[in-house]
Design a binder for this molecule. Structure first.
Ligand code: DGL
Length: 271
């Protein structure tokens, strides 16, 4: 049995890379639903429906465990899949997200008690981050900012060019105008590590910026230690196979933006 890593497209590669670095012994399948991305602008129902289909596909490809390496899918689909679908479709398998492990970190980092969340429209509108933070750290204040132009900038390879500065500055200014006391910033979209340099440039000095790759990798390692019944099911051949619902050549070429290796993905249709 393998470990499935799912994203609407490319962003999950930033998570996958750190997971493989931390846990190289396992066999992985990466699935990017590029044909139907972006998810960030879609409704709750659509994101849930698409995510469930992709999870079912990964189960059909022998995944024991699926990581939703996408904040939008974690925000809008994870809970329903865990509570409603999993008991029916695969009671012995598990689906995990990226929001909870990220949120667990913020309590140790903030001094001012003000947390900023940069994410897709869908993730911000779901209120998943403030809700999760309130459960663990009820005294913290959370301020969100949707950054709808960032994913398209990255996917169109414009993110390192001077034009990208305009949109990075716009959303950073909007966030810090709402709340100047923010001292900890969560990059709540798996694409955003590619914009990290520019985000740092427009963040006030001293603000701590949380990216998710290492956090999710560490949390998965911990999960596997605590759940030997899951871990024992996972094969250890050190392989990874990539699938995309879109055009394979484009996926291979764009994936090189996110990974330091060339890959050869396979096409898969999900309907
Ligand atoms: N990678 C997704 C996330 O983390 C965003 C990309 C999309 O909008 O599909 O939210």
């Amino acid at each position: 049995m393998k470990i499935g890593i799912f994203d609407s497209g490319y962003g999950g590669l930033t998570i996958m890379e750190r997971i493989r670095h931390r846990l190289p012994e396992y066999d992985y399948i990466y699935l990017g639903d590029n044909a139907r991305s972006p998810y960030g602008t879609r409704s709750f129902e659509v994101v849930y429906h698409y995510t469930l289909q992709c999870v079912e596909q990964l189960f059909a490809m022998d995944c024991q465990l699926v990581i939703l390496a996408c904040n939008t899918a974690s925000a809008k689909a994870l809970r329903s899949i865990q509570q409603k679908d999993l008991p029916k479709i695969a009671p012995n398998r598990r689906v995990l997200g990226v929001i909870r492990p990220t949120v667990e970190q913020v309590g140790q980092l903030t001094e001012s008690g003000y947390i900023g969340i940069l994410a897709t429209d869908g993730t911000i509108q779901s209120h998943s981050y403030p809700l999760e933070i309130a459960k663990l750290f009820p005294n913290l204040h959370v301020v969100g900012q949707a950054c709808p132009m960032w994913v398209p900038l990255i996917e169109n390879r414009e993110h390192l060019k001077p034009g990208a500065d305009y949109f990075v500055k716009e959303y950073m200014d909007a966030l810090f105008t709402k709340e100047a006391r923010i001292d900890t910033l969560i990059l709540g979209c798996t694409h955003y590590p590619l914009l990290l340099q520019k985000i740092k440039e427009y963040a006030p000095e001293g603000v701590k910026i949380i990216t998710q790759g290492e956090i999710v990798a560490e949390s998965l390692a911990d999960y596997l230690l605590r759940h030997p019944e899951q871990e024992e099911q996972c094969s250890k051949g050190g392989t990874i196979t990539f699938y995309t619902t879109e055009w394979v050549e484009k996926f291979n070429s764009n994936a090189s933006l996110f990974l330091n290796q060339s890959i050869e993905a396979h096409h898969i249709t999900i309907e």
